[in-house]
Design a protein around this ligand. Structure first.
Ligand SMILES: [Zn+2]
Length: 122
């Protein structure tokens, strides 16, 4: 996957992330999907000397865990997400982010449905 980079990162609302890439592709994914796939050692477990250690207790949902406080670029290769529950150790490289986007991107009718239910709530 040579040089696929994000051109634009947007937050259309509280729970979606929209990304635009150098391939001219656009993806909208749910923040909860990003959080569930947090690549940090705490969330994914850690492999030490060939043994994989998982941390299943961290699967318990915490308030604010799918809400984003801030997105900060890391060098020119990744984004770091700051979540409302103070979890900040997830570094999402372009390659990882792109693979999540292509795997989990919402179809336009799904986005429309979500926005519609949002409008009805308010
Ligand atoms: Zn994590």
């Amino acid at each position: 996957m040579p040089n696929i980079l994000p051109i634009k990162i947007e937050r259309p609302n509280q729970y979606m992330l929209k990304t635009t890439w150098t391939t001219n592709e656009e993806f909208v994914i749910l923040l909860s999907v990003l959080r569930e796939n947090c690549p940090c050692a705490q969330c994914q477990g850690e492999t030490i000397m060939g043994t994989h250690y998982a941390f299943p207790m961290l699967q318990i949902a915490k308030p604010g865990q799918n809400s984003l406080k801030q997105i900060v670029p890391v060098g020119n290769y990744a984004l770091q997400f700051f979540w409302e529950d103070e979890h900040t150790t997830g570094i999402y490289t372009w390659e990882y982010l792109y693979s999540l986007c292509t795997s989990y991107s919402l179809r336009s009718d799904e986005i429309e449905k979500l926005l519609e239910s949002e409008r009805q709530k308010s």
